[in-house]
Design a protein around this ligand. Structure first.
Ligand code: GRF
Length: 220
């Protein structure tokens, strides 16, 4: 239990929003000291918007703009109105400008479905299967202007199984995302995690490499 004021949280989504839901549920359960202030989508049909409203969190989406301007203008004015302490990207499919990323540097997190720096970009599960890798996972990292290149705080590691399909592997990785993303946000909210001079620090220790949480089944 934290004695600090809860961090005001904005979440950016583009789609189904299962990571967003994991963050909102962890906040609602009092597991992480954040106050969800808004969920913002770059698409009006993002399914996660419905889930956010069901959980009582205000939403904004691009379609509300009249006349519709560039998405980032809408995003900037919405963020300026809300003044979030932290912004979590959760399945957000748009690249933000270096100016916007710079403005929130150290306060923007992203989750990516691979063991970064491996497999930046799209279709990570398919590429892992095509390469015949034995391990895969997800990474929670601070956002920097270069795509999927920000310093990683925490990774989940899963085994790639002999009979894996892209969907099965994706589902197994996603289940771990729902564990590691709230954890990292909780560290930030508790003041345990910070970002200084381009590097994450956890509990006073510089994180030169990510923490790895192993979700592979034990070998018996
Ligand atoms: C997740 O796999 C996340 O790692 C990636 O996009 C997917 C979003 O899924 N960035 P959801 O919208 O959170 O369900």
């Amino acid at each position: 239990m934290s004695l600090r004021a809860p961090l005001k949280l904005a979440i950016l989504i583009s789609g189904r929003g299962s990571n967003m839901t994991a963050l909102l549920r962890a906040a609602r359960a009092g597991e992480i000291a954040v106050q969800p202030a808004i969920v913002i989508a770059d698409r009006a049909d993002a399914a996660g918007l419905v889930s956010a409203r069901e959980l009582g969190v205000p939403t904004a989406d691009w379609s509300g703009q009249s006349p519709a301007g560039p998405f980032e203008s809408m995003l900037v004015s919405t963020l300026e109105a809300v003044q979030p302490d932290v912004i979590a990207l959760a399945g957000f499919m748009r690249i933000l400008s270096p100016a916007l990323v710079g403005r929130y540097l150290g306060r923007m997190l992203n989750i990516h479905p691979s063991l970064l720096p491996a497999y930046r970009g799209l279709h990570t599960h398919r590429r892992v299967l095509a390469a015949g890798d034995s391990e895969h996972g997800a990474s929670v990292h601070f956002l920097t202007p270069e795509l999927d290149a920000g310093p990683v705080v925490l990774q989940s590691k899963v085994a790639v199984l002999a009979d894996d399909t892209e969907a099965a592997l994706a589902a197994r990785v996603l289940a771990t995302e729902h564990v590691i993303y709230p954890r990292v946000l909780g560290w930030l909210a508790d003041g345990r995690l910070s970002f200084r001079s381009g590097t994450p620090w956890l509990d006073g220790q510089r994180l030169d490499s990510p923490i790895v949480e192993d979700f592979r089944a034990p070998v018996v």
